[in-house]
Ligand binder design. Structure first.
Ligand SMILES: Cc1cc2nc3c(=O)[nH]c(=O)nc-3n(C[C@H](O)[C@H](O)[C@H](O)COP(=O)(O)O)c2cc1C
Length: 328
């Protein structure tokens, strides 16, 4: 049955979704996700207790995480019923942001498979809007709230105010599409202060989300500073900055299977260098059960993905969980 659903979705993606203009495909996909009660079908759940993990001391029913992209509570709630062990909300900024103009998302296709390049620009309802909307979200699995700021004050405010809404808090220093966030990587001294201040702003477990564009700085400066500040979880990582003239900004963040070799390498090196002191969510290019399995073999505590949710469909989480159970 899982195989059939996977194959049907691939046809739907190849035959329809990937042929529509991107903005139409997004509206259609998100509309279906909001309206269709897929989570009630039982196809997506794998409740086997052997899959449960703890991340920052929080129990997750399994180690497969939907990466940051959605802020609409209707979609977050639905995603929580689609087999994930935790769901991450989109990065929220202090004030609402309209995001960058269209086109802000385009498809890519390489030998590795279908991917995306986006310059979304943090379209989000802002701190107050998200707080009001997400307050009544039922937490069927843990919610990871994600924040993005320009200044230390922004991050402290966001973490303090949104921390109570999630079981874990991720702070994004890695999206490449705006002046926000990405610049932290070129000032690791200030970043060490940021890490300490943010740690002091919440009692929730913190995750720092890293950029694959800065492997050297991450491993030499940012991860040691995070551990020194008491931030013990990294999400490695975000999209990779690329030039793409089809986008309104001329550059964007590449996601999908082209990222996978670097995700695997970054995980290997980081695990070797930091041992078990660090909990690692490996994100970037996971779109098959086998790739997820490889990341666990290399010491990931959890895996995250977003693009695979679009290109392989909602059944992917369940397929990964079945793969993990084979060798338990
Ligand atoms: C359209 C889009 C929007 C995204 N928005 C965010 C975001 O708000 N915050 C964040 O940390 N990552 C964001 N990401 C990055 C994903 O969470 C993920 O780290 C990245 O896409 C790599 O994983 P993947 O190859 O499985 O997609 C976004 C990705 C896409 C494609």
């Amino acid at each position: 049955m899982r195989r059939t659903i996977g194959v049907v979705y691939r046809f739907l993606y190849a035959g329809l979704l990937s042929r529509l203009p991107e903005s139409v495909a997004i509206s259609l996909g998100q509309g279906l996700l909001r309206r269709l009660p897929l989570d009630r079908l039982g196809w997506f759940h794998q409740p086997d207790a052997r899959l449960a993990i703890t991340l920052g001391g929080v129990r997750l029913p399994n180690p497969v995480i939907l990466a940051a992209m959605y802020y609409d509570p209707a979609i977050l709630s639905r995603a929580m019923g689609l087999g994930f062990g935790a769901v991450t909300a989109k990065s929220i900024t202090v004030l609402p942001r309209p995001g960058h103009p269209q086109p802000n998302l385009v498809r890519t296709k390489s030998g590795a498979g279908p991917g995306l390049v986006n310059c979304n620009g943090f379209q989000n309802p802002g701190l107050e809007g998200f707080r009001a909307a997400a307050a009544s979200l039922p937490h069927r699995v843990p919610l990871i709230v994600s924040v993005a700021g320009e200044s230390i004050d922004d991050y402290v405010t966001l973490v303090r105010e949104l921390g109570p809404l999630g079981e874990l808090v991720e702070f994004n220093i890695s999206s490449p599409n705006t002046k926000l966030v990405y610049e932290w990587n070129s000032k690791p001294g200030e970043l060490a202060t940021l890490l300490r201040e943010v740690r002091g702003a919440t009692t929730k477990p913190l995750i720092v989300k890293l950029s694959p564009d800065f492997a050297d700085v991450n491993e030499r400066e940012i991860i040691p500073a995070a551990l020194a500040a008491g931030v013990r979880i990294v999400n490695y990582g975000n999209t990779r900055k690329v030039v793409d003239r089809r986008l309104s900004q001329g550059t964007g963040g590449l996601s999908g299977p082209d990222l996978f070799p670097a995700t695997l390498e970054n995980l290997r090196r980081t695990r070797r260098a930091f041992g078990r002191d660090l909990e690692i969510i490996a994100t970037g290019g996971v779109d098959t059960p086998e790739k997820a399995w490889q990341l666990f073999q290399e010491g990931a505590n959890a895996v995250g993905y977003f693009t695979g949710f679009i290109t392989r469909g909602p059944i992917l989480a369940r397929q990964i969980l079945e793969r993990l159970l084979v060798d338990r």
